[in-house]
Design a protein around this ligand. Structure first.
Ligand code: ZN
Length: 377
């Protein structure tokens, strides 16, 4: 994973706007990149930073080969500083600071820059913690920025998830933003600007990175992982605009045939074939938790599409071909009022799944309940 604009799929308008500002030398001293989880906000900030430190940038991108670019590709540029949420871990059992985790940070970012807070906390072994950016961290920032750049024109400080600052650290950051040290560029990367101080937001230039479309995700996946169009489309559909989720689905779930699976299972349910339902329950029980959850997410998505089909908003449907025929069939078997009864059943099943219930039994019970619903007059 490299750190150039060209490595971020699509989003051409966002890139063009940023590049336009850079080339006309409108370099805001504080930029806020915001977008939902799984968007390209971090990727965009990293590409922007690389561009700023590139020795021979072109109008479209950083060169990718100069010393500055090469250091950015490994996240080791001495004038590039990172601050992100931390928590105590086995390794760092008190006063955690970003610099204690910089190796972990490089590792994760270099895998792909679309990860979310939960992935980060899991990566540093703090799954059960909240994570935050402490006031000590903000003080450290002030110290770091008071130094001259080592080799570039600008020192860049990237703060990932500034919304994880408590009020004290946010106020400390505000003070630096109000009187920025010379030759310093702040890049704030947020997934939830509602939780940031309005006074901070008023000091930054905002760049929104829109969520990816299904087509953007599937074409990226097909290219990145050499997937068939059908596989890539199915993952994109489940990912729902979230590139991080798409990567997870690609790497972990391992069930790229959810659609076939759901169709075959519901056929057994429809025919009230209990032996078939039991076989499906046993198979389901052997899946890992992510794959199990994905099946339910997929099922819920399908229900949503059925509702839209019934409301005759067919142009809003996100599916085509075989999926479309399946949805038409299901929408006829489960009219709107029955779909509304199905939702709580799926919710309850998902609830039990998250709590390590007996998944085989849960799945079999659910089969019987759906069968009863289908037959109900
Ligand atoms: Zn370069």
């Amino acid at each position: 994973m490299r750190m150039l604009f060209e490595h971020i799929p699509h989003l051409d308008r966002t890139k063009a706007r940023l590049l336009g500002a850079l080339q006309s030398n409108h370099i805001a001293h504080a930029q806020l990149f915001f977008g939902t989880e799984g968007s390209a906000n971090l990727a965009m900030a990293l590409a922007y930073a690389t561009y700023l430190h590139c020795e021979q940038p072109t109008p479209q991108d950083a060169c990718g080969t100069c010393a500055g670019c090469r250091k950015h590709q490994k996240l080791i540029h001495p004038d590039m500083h990172f601050v992100f949420p931390t928590a105590t871990t086995k390794k760092v059992d008190s006063k955690p600071m970003s610099r204690d985790f910089i190796k972990d940070w490089r590792e994760l970012v270099l895998q792909h820059p679309y990860f979310e807070l939960v992935d980060w906390l899991a990566h540093i072994g703090a799954n059960d913690k909240q994570g935050n950016i402490s006031v000590e961290e903000s003080r450290e920032v002030v110290k770091t920025l008071s130094m001259k750049p080592f080799e570039a024109n600008y020192k860049i400080l990237l703060i990932w998830l500034p919304e994880m600052m408590n009020i004290q650290s946010a106020n400390a950051l505000l003070k630096v933003l109000e009187e920025p040290p010379p030759q310093t560029v702040f890049l704030l990367v947020s997934q939830d600007i509602k939780r940031m101080l309005a006074t901070i937001i008023s000091r930054v230039q905002m760049t929104q990175t829109p969520s990816f479309t299904d087509a953007e995700i599937s074409s990226h996946l097909a290219l990145q992982f050499k997937l068939s169009a059908q596989e890539a489309e199915q993952i994109a559909y489940l990912a729902d605009g979230n590139m991080n989720r798409a990567y997870h689905l690609r790497y972990e779930g391992g069930k790229n045939d959810l659609h076939d699976w759901l169709r075959q299972w519901l056929r057994e349910v429809y025919q009230a074939s209990w032996a078939g339902c039991l076989a499906h329950a046993e198979a389901f029980d052997s899946w890992d938790r992510d794959a199990q959850r994905n099946l339910f997410v997929y099922f819920l998505n399908i229900c949503r599409e059925c509702l839209m089909w019934q409301a005759s908003s067919k142009e809003l449907l996100r599916v085509t071909g075989e999926q479309m025929r399946f949805i038409e069939g299901l929408a006829k078997t489960l009219p709107t009022e029955k779909l509304y009864e199905l939702y709580p059943l799926l919710d309850t099943a998902l609830y039990h799944l998250e709590r390590n219930a007996n998944t085989k039994l849960m799945f079999f019970d659910l089969s019987r309940e759906i069968a009863a619903l289908m037959r109900k007059k």
